[in-house]
Design a protein around this ligand. Structure first.
Ligand SMILES: NC(=O)C1=CN([C@@H]2O[C@H](COP(=O)(O)OP(=O)(O)OC[C@H]3O[C@@H](n4cnc5c(N)ncnc54)[C@H](O)[C@@H]3O)[C@@H](O)[C@H]2O)C=CC1
Ligand SMILES: O=C([O-])CC(=O)C(=O)O
Length: 411
């Protein structure tokens, strides 16, 4: 199941910040964001030639497909006129998706298949993955798609993988909280991360399965027990909170969607999701009522989708988009891009909580820096919300840690 192509698309995603900074979680440092560079990089899926030539156009933004095609043709021509060093094929990373036949897994697999940085795309699930892989393998983009079904094939799926994405597990139904998923998903994440520890301990691990506030501490505990925990390489995927915050603020202020960036900190459930609207780039003026309305909408956005789907699951397409953006950012960091920033839920010393989502700088070895400056100079509203979220987040972290400590993993 292999495929090659003449045309691929890349997912541009990261915020750029000024100075290069070293890995330091406890020490505060200030970072100046260069708005122009910053905004340019938040442009979603971008047209590119098979040889990674970036376009400013985004077909998930406001431009039409026609504009995209025209832009692509122009850019491709321009790129082909540039030096050869610009046009080296870059596909060289292996990505595995665990839970690949699910509502998130399938569109995520498609988006990752479109990345020019991916050479192998390994799809794992307990069911239905053969069909998904056969279907996807007909797309003429560089990566080779392989399917792996059931536990006996999990080890082979993970060998040599650089980035493992985990959307395996059950989604919410109306009336449920994310924590209601704990009893089923905790075990799924525990077992899958155990296999990651055994087969690709150096990989970046992206946890999507809910409740993220607990499943990331579960993953950390498993990796510790296996003796391979590297906190810089374990990420709770909270990109969807940022994507939503950007969208809702842009809509409210009539801004171009791709132009807005709002950092979202804390965790990924209810009030633990804290958008720092005062840190929005470009700076926007919001009334107290608008701040309250936007904050509550961002915190309840998952529930908004769960209710609209009326029993058919939770966010899948927007989640796949957000997860693909985080994958692409990770691959770019692995590939040596020194200008990659995302928000993510990680082991952290930014607050007294052992895990906390904030903006981070990604590098070849994972988290290179935590952007602590964004937690400084908060408004009174944000400061209160930050204090209010801590007890709930702390309890979710402790629940995850206790779960693994009560049922240790096999060495
Ligand atoms: N972090 C975030 O922002 C978000 C997280 N989620 C979470 O993502 C998870 C997945 O959601 P959906 O894709 O909509 O669910 P889904 O039910 O459509 O897909 C889940 C997939 O996982 C597979 N699976 C179950 N047990 C497995 C195992 N042991 N090994 C491998 N695969 C296994 C299932 O066969 C299924 O294909 C849920 O827990 C959901 O709450 C959803 C949206 C946003
Ligand atoms: O709400 C859910 O259950 C899924 C989720 O995490 C989100 O959409 O943010």
């Amino acid at each position: 199941m292999a495929a090659t192509s003449a045309t691929t698309f890349s997912i541009g995603s990261t915020a750029s910040a000024g100075p290069k900074v070293g890995f330091s979680q406890s020490k505060a440092f200030s970072i100046k964001l260069n708005p122009k560079k910053y905004l340019r990089s938040f442009s979603g899926l971008k047209a590119a030639s098979s040889v990674s030539c970036e376009s400013q156009s985004s077909f998930v933004g406001s431009e039409s497909t026609l504009v995209l095609k025209q832009s692509y043709n122009t850019k491709a021509r321009k790129c082909s006129q540039r030096s050869f060093s610009h046009v080296q094929p870059q596909a060289s990373y292996k990505v595995a998706i665990l839970g690949a036949s699910g509502g998130i897994g399938q569109p995520l697999a498609l988006l990752v298949k479109m990345s020019p940085l991916v050479s192998a795309l390994n799809l794992y699930d307990i069911a239905n993955v053969k069909g998904v892989a056969a279907d996807l393998s007909h797309c003429n983009t560089p990566s080779q798609v392989s399917d792996f079904t059931g536990e006996s094939e999990l080890a082979n799926c993970l060998k040599g993988v650089n980035v493992v994405v985990i959307p395996a597990g059950v989604p919410r139904k109306p009336g449920m909280t994310r924590d209601d998923l704990f009893n089923i998903n905790a075990n799924i994440v525990k077992n899958l991360v155990g296999a990651v520890a055994d087969n690709c301990p150096d990989a970046f691990i992206h946890i999507i399965s809910n409740p993220v506030n607990s499943t990331v501490p579960i993953a950390a505990e498993v990796l510790k027990q296996k003796g391979v925990y590297d906190p810089k390489k374990l990420f709770g995927v909270t990109t969807l909170d940022v994507v939503r915050a950007n969208t809702f603020v842009a809509q409210k202020k009539n801004l171009k969607l791709i132009d807005v960036d709002v950092p979202v900190v804390g965790g990924h459930a209810g009030i633990t999701i804290l958008p720092l609207l005062s840190k929005t780039k470009p700076s926007v003026t919001l009334t107290d009522e608008e701040v309250q309305e936007l904050t509550v909408r961002i915190q309840n956005a998952g529930t908004e989708v769960v209710e609209a789907k009326a029993g058919a699951g939770s966010a899948t397409l927007s989640m796949a988009y957000a997860a693909a953006r985080f994958v692409e950012s990770s691959l770019r960091a692995l590939d040596g891009d020194t200008d990659v920033y995302e928000c993510s839920y990680i082991q952290s010393e930014l607050t007294e909580l052992p895990f906390f989502a904030s903006r981070i700088k990604l590098g070849k070895d994972g988290v290179e820096a935590v952007i602590s400056s964004e937690l400084q100079g908060l408004t009174e509203y944000e400061q209160k919300a930050l204090e209010a979220l801590k007890p709930e987040l702390k309890a979710s972290i402790e629940k995850g840690v206790a779960f693994v400590q009560k049922q240790p993993v096999a060495a």
